[in-house]
Design a protein around this ligand. Structure first.
Ligand SMILES: NC(=O)c1ccc[n+]([C@@H]2O[C@H](COP(=O)([O-])OP(=O)(O)OC[C@H]3O[C@@H](n4cnc5c(N)ncnc54)[C@H](OP(=O)(O)O)[C@@H]3O)[C@@H](O)[C@H]2O)c1
Length: 245
């Protein structure tokens, strides 16, 4: 059966790897992948990299998913493409390395809104449109389990994302739609731009495998979870063995 797959922030880092994995595994020419993007340049670059077959399956949809109006526009655009959805991956996430004492309300609110409130209301709006057997994945973070010293608001937002997956499972009772969250530790993506060698070394010492994950390793777990019908209401950690000493 052809699937309609929706992915947010799918043109960079982990999101791009998820998009490419979904396309690689797609074996029905009627499959449709709707990829949200924010930066035009990222979208154009990714489009150029796709095969002709993949270009036919993908629709790129612009949305600023840090705002409620951006969310409303995105949902409208997706539902114009398809009234029914099978898979939704909410991958958008932003952070800050500002110290707690330097926070202002607007910054805190924007990160909480983008990482937690917008995915919540996106799922509320898409809820009546899921096909039975549908799957939802929320991108969490190990920072939502451990209080990272580098980003209080990011950690708090991701803790909310993890609990959201569990709470929403109850809301979807009877619909046969599954929802899970994935919590990577450190992944080599543009998110890490600017990280110093000293910082890499300090973090790698805490990881049993002594390296950051590649984004396609996260994409594989996303795909494996989407295609497993009995994983539901769970937080899946993918950390390489963090803090094992
Ligand atoms: N990298 C890690 O170590 C790590 C660890 C744990 C969890 N995560 C989570 O993984 C997810 C992806 O992060 P990443 O590492 O792949 O980072 P990334 O490469 O920096 O990607 C961030 C993505 O968010 C998009 N974005 C930013 N602001 C947006 C907005 N207002 N509306 C819509 N999209 C917006 C960006 O779009 P443009 O490129 O178009 O600007 C980009 O696609 C996030 O939820 C993050 O919290 C990452």
């Amino acid at each position: 059966m052809a699937k309609v797959m929706v992915l947010t922030s799918g043109t960079s880092g982990i999101g791009k790897s998820i998009a490419l994995k979904l396309l690689k595994e797609s074996n029905d020419s009627s499959d449709r992948l709707i990829v949200n993007y924010f930066e035009e340049e990222q979208k154009n670059q990714m489009y150029e990299e796709l095969s002709a077959e993949d270009k036919n399956k993908v629709t790129f949809v612009y949305a600023d998913l840090s705002s409620y109006t951006g969310l409303e526009g995105f949902v409208d655009d997706v539902l114009k493409i398809s009234d029914k959805i099978d898979w939704l991956v909410c991958n958008t996430g932003i952070g800050t390395y500002k110290k707690f004492d330097e926070y202002d309300y607007e910054l805190f609110d924007k990160i909480l809104r983008t990482n937690l409130s917008i995915p919540t209301f996106m799922i509320q709006k898409f809820k009546p449109h899921f096909n039975q057997g549908g799957k939802i994945i929320l991108m969490g973070s190990l920072a939502g389990k451990l209080p990272y010293s580098s980003s209080l608001v990011y950690s708090v937002s991701k803790a909310g994302v993890h609990h959201l997956a569990k709470c929403l499972m109850k809301e979807f009772d009877g619909t046969y739609v599954s929802i899970n969250a994935i919590a990577p530790s450190f992944v080599q993506t543009p998110w890490q731009n600017g990280r110093s060698e000293e910082s890499y070394e300090r973090i790698n010492k805490k990881i049993n495998l002594h390296r950051f994950a590649e984004s396609d390793e996260i994409a594989k777990l996303v795909y494996d979870t989407l295609t497993n019908d009995f994983i539901n209401g769970t937080l899946l950690e993918i950390t390489g063995g963090y803090d094992y000493f």
